[in-house]
Design a protein around this ligand. Structure first.
Ligand SMILES: NC(=O)C1=CN([C@@H]2O[C@H](COP(=O)(O)OP(=O)(O)OC[C@H]3O[C@@H](n4cnc5c(N)ncnc54)[C@H](O)[C@@H]3O)[C@@H](O)[C@H]2O)C=CC1
Ligand SMILES: N[C@@H](CC=O)C(=O)O
Length: 812
């Protein structure tokens, strides 16, 4: 014998009932079946409100009854062939008239007892079971309809009656011993010894099915619902959640308790006692495997079986020096809470005994505070304990799995994943059964926490990287294109799901929580909202995505000023904008320290030499204990390009324009021409070498006439033209001596300078082509021959690739 239960969503409409019929027919071919049905979706709620409205004299109840009548009659017309309709319609109408009469009585007396409400509610299942049984008959299935009130006997605790198992088991057994192969039964309803209708409370139809399965020692209890089993996490929160294939009773109960509403734990007690498997199946996807709940379900692979959470929790903490070593404090605390019928969801106490914390539902906080403060009024008055402290706005996230108890490192993995993502844990509890490890966190973090934990325990090994990119010019534009082209490769080869969630330039911004379609990002941005940096940050923070990375592709000081706030909010930073790292030493250190404290990345490889591995190489040397003695470098791609292409017959102004067009200069080319860009870069190298230095400490030998730097960029180009001769002279002098012009940055034992030099053939910087950069590090280990990094040091494509590499590093 199999017992099948179909919930409200499975029988919500004629279309759904057709699906139920297909399933029942197929099951009936294999064995005898008992089919327990819920009321059509939302009918019970409607019946309750009809009863309540009637009891307050509100005639609106009649409209609800009309609505219910139309719905049920329509289902009959949709499901049953016309030739068989009239008898079914009259049976349904008879039931509907009974509801009308009861409600009219309630309306007239102005009173709705629990007993009467049970009678009203019972019609939901009585009607649905009648319609489904008739539908099956119309399909040629030999089926009996049995009123469960004749089988399940309870006490008179209306609304949530207690089952008399001895009596009920016997009645059920006797009936099924001689019944037809297929029986349809209404769930939720039962009756007292004197045949008064009762109901079984929350999860009632599951309970009915479970009682019948238990009494018959059924082969299986199948619960047919609208999801494909118990999921690894709530799929509305965790997009990657998937159905669990097997699970133990204990695990299923833990998960259900913490919010997986597929089954209501107390209701499966009868099957649990007899070790009858429970199979959760999806009426709308019957071929899906579903979840099998059984005694040894924990033997299936996986240490952690699922994640769950409970919202709207408050943490109550009783603290005080007077509690240490004094027996009775916990007893009094729990007695006080229990006197007010406050359910304690979570308990934790440090072994110092100085405090005890309990988690309760937020709605219970005021009553809890009042009763506990009154219980400990004396101790509070003599300052032995503090008044109860209350922290609201919390929730619990939990890992569930029987096998966690024998597996070291699960909680370590849990808390380090939460910590890496900046999720603060307020309290921790792990039952000694070790089936459940719970953490209390701020409710704003719950979505992030569940996704982080799901990724950690279930999604091996794809990792999501969520980007918030500001700046879509030369470099930013190329970066987005590179990401677009590599997205598939990253997923397949590195198991990285790199998505752009937020995108902005100085004019517009747009967001897509699920990751932007990069085929048309330009159009999306154009259609976006007006850019507002504060808004952009607020939205990035509020989305609170795991592995969030802010990418700065601007040259904006304003953007560089928000780094601190981003890092404080556990958002990693990748930047090609040099302003922050070349600001005051104090700010540079603060940002680096903050990143370290918050356990996030702050990466800026492209600040020096674009995509060349200069900072990474330097970091590796310093971290392994090397010391930088000297740096000699050409660090400006644009200046190198300019002086490599500037010759007789070519105007200096035009070469500078060309460098700008090729994308080598800063958005404002004066930053390059004045040597500011090079100063920033050598400063960053010096700081990364471990030396504290400021921009003003670097001597600058400028070759630019001072008035070139006044006014706008257009003025600047006009002045370059005007001073053409000055630049020609510089070139001619060097050329006459067989030298080349190089804008050189150097650092030597605490001193740094930048300036234009004419270098001869023997000089290591002489042969530096195009827009290349070169850095020679002389260190304690590399003191005979410097370590050299050389290559293209400017250009949007190479810079973007350096930023891309940094983004990937944040995730590894
Ligand atoms: N071009 C190169 O070879 C290299 C460039 N870099 C750095 O790359 C950065 C960007 O350079 P390019 O792409 O050439 O500049 P760009 O002028 O082409 O693009 C700058 C982008 O930033 C946006 N932007 C500017 N201020 C903003 C603000 N306050 N809020 C939001 N968006 C803002 C602009 O709308 C634009 O989309 C600069 O910091 C530069 O130093 C670094 C290494 C090499
Ligand atoms: N403008 C810079 C490029 C980026 O750092 C340069 O010319 O080197």
């Amino acid at each position: 014998m199999k017992v099948l239960k179909f919930g409200g969503s499975s029988v919500a409409s004629a279309e759904n009932i057709e699906k139920v019929v297909v399933i029942v027919k197929q099951k009936a071919e294999q064995s005898n079946v008992a089919i327990v049905v819920s009321a059509l979706g939302r009918v019970t709620d409607k019946l309750i409100s009809a009863g309540k409205l009637a009891s307050t004299g509100n005639e609106e109840y009649k409209h609800i009854l009309v609505e219910l009548e139309e719905r049920h009659l329509a289902e009959v017309r949709n499901l049953i062939p016309v030739s068989a309709q009239s008898s079914v319609l009259s049976q349904v109408k008879k039931r509907l008239n009974e509801i009308d009469n009861i409600c009219e009585g309630v309306y007239l007396i102005g009173e709705l007892s629990k007993k009467t409400l049970d009678r009203i509610m019972s019609y939901g299942e009585l009607l649905s079971s009648l319609i489904i049984a008739e539908k099956l008959k119309a399909e040629g299935v030999d089926v009996a309809l049995k009123d469960t009130r004749e089988l399940i006997k309870t006490d008179a605790h209306y609304g949530n009656a207690n089952v008399d198992f001895d009596n009920s088991n016997l009645l059920i057994w006797q009936y099924f011993n001689q019944s037809s192969r297929i029986t349809v039964l209404p769930g939720f309803v039962a009756s007292t010894e004197s045949n008064e209708t009762t109901t079984l409370g929350r999860g009632g139809s599951d309970y009915t099915a479970s009682i019948i399965a238990g009494a018959l020692n059924a082969e299986v209890l199948e619960i047919w619902t609208d999801v494909s089993g118990m999921m690894t996490a709530d799929p509305r929160i965790v997009g990657q959640a998937y159905p669990i294939d097997k699970i133990s009773y204990g695990e299923a109960m833990e998960l259900s308790h913490f919010g997986a509403k597929v089954i209501y734990p107390p209701t499966i007690q009868p099957v649990l006692e007899r070790k009858i498997p429970v199979w959760i199946k999806n009426t709308f996807a019957p071929n899906d495997a579903g979840t099998l709940i059984l005694e040894n379900g924990n033997e299936s692979p996986g240490i952690v079986k699922g994640l769950s959470s409970v919202d709207k929790i408050a943490l109550l903490s009783l603290e005080g020096s007077g509690m240490v070593g004094v027996p009775g404090f916990s007893r009094r605390l729990f007695d006080a809470l229990s006197r007010k019928l406050i359910n304690v969801i979570f308990i934790t106490q440090g072994s110092s005994e100085h405090s005890i914390s309990v988690g309760v539902l937020e709605e219970d906080v005021i009553r809890a505070k009042t009763v506990v403060d009154s219980e400990f009024a004396f101790e509070i008055s003599i300052k032995k304990v503090e008044p109860l402290s209350v922290e609201r706005g919390l929730c619990i996230v939990a890992l569930v799995g029987d096998k966690m108890r024998s597996q070291p490192g699960v909680s370590g993995k849990m808390f380090s994943a939460l910590g890496r993502n900046g999720i603060n844990v307020r309290a921790i509890a792990q039952g000694s059964s070790e089936k459940n490890i719970s953490a209390v966190i701020n409710e704003k973090d719950v979505r992030k926490a569940l996704n982080v934990l799901h990724e950690e325990f279930f999604e091996t090994p794809t990792k999501q990287v969520n980007l918030f990119i500001v700046g879509t010019g030369n470099v930013g534009g190329k970066l987005i294109e590179q990401i677009r082209k590599q997205q598939h490769f990253l997923k397949e080869e590195l198991r990285l799901n790199v998505r752009i969630i937020g995108l902005a330039n100085s004019k517009k911004m747009c967001f897509d929580e699920n990751g932007m379609d990069l085929e048309n990002w330009k159009e999306k941005l154009l259609e976006g909202e007006t850019m507002d940096m504060r808004q952009f940050i607020q939205r990035s923070k509020a989305l609170n995505k795991r592995n969030s990375v802010f990418v700065d592709n601007t040259a904006s000081e304003a953007v560089s000023k928000i780094y601190e706030e981003l890092l404080e909010n556990n958002i990693s930073l990748v930047t090609c904008n040099k302003i922050a790292c070349a600001s005051t030493y104090k700010n540079y250190r603060k940002l680096k320290q903050l990143a370290m404290n918050q356990n996030v990345s702050f990466l800026f490889e492209t600040n020096v030499g674009a995509g060349l591995p200069i900072i990474g190489t330097l970091n590796d040397m310093v971290r392994s204990g090397d010391r930088v003695r000297k740096i000699d470098a050409v660090l400006s791609g644009s200046l190198n390009f300019i002086f490599n292409n500037f010759k007789e017959g070519v105007s200096f102004e035009n070469v500078v324009r060309q460098a700008q067009t090729e994308g080598y200069t800063e958005p404002d080319p004066r930053i390059d021409l004045t040597g500011t860009d090079v100063k920033r870069k050598i400063l960053i190298l010096i700081r990364e070498s471990g030396v504290a230095m400021e921009m003003e400490d670097i001597a600058t030998d400028s070759f630019m006439p001072a008035d070139c730097l006044e006014g706008t960029v257009d003025n600047f180009f006009a002045k370059l033209k005007e001073h053409g001769q000055v630049f020609d002279e510089i070139y001619k002098r060097a050329n006459a001596e067989g030298k080349k012009l190089k804008f050189v940055a150097s650092y030597n034992e605490g001193k740094a300078k930048v300036g234009l030099q004419a270098v001869d053939r023997d000089h290591p910087l002489y042969m530096l082509d195009g827009k290349d950069n070169i850095v020679l590090f002389t260190t304690d280990r590399y003191h005979e021959q410097p370590l050299i990094v050389k290559g293209a040091g400017a250009g949007a494509e190479v810079t973007a690739s350096g930023i891309f590499a940094d983004i990937i590093k944040t995730a590894r």
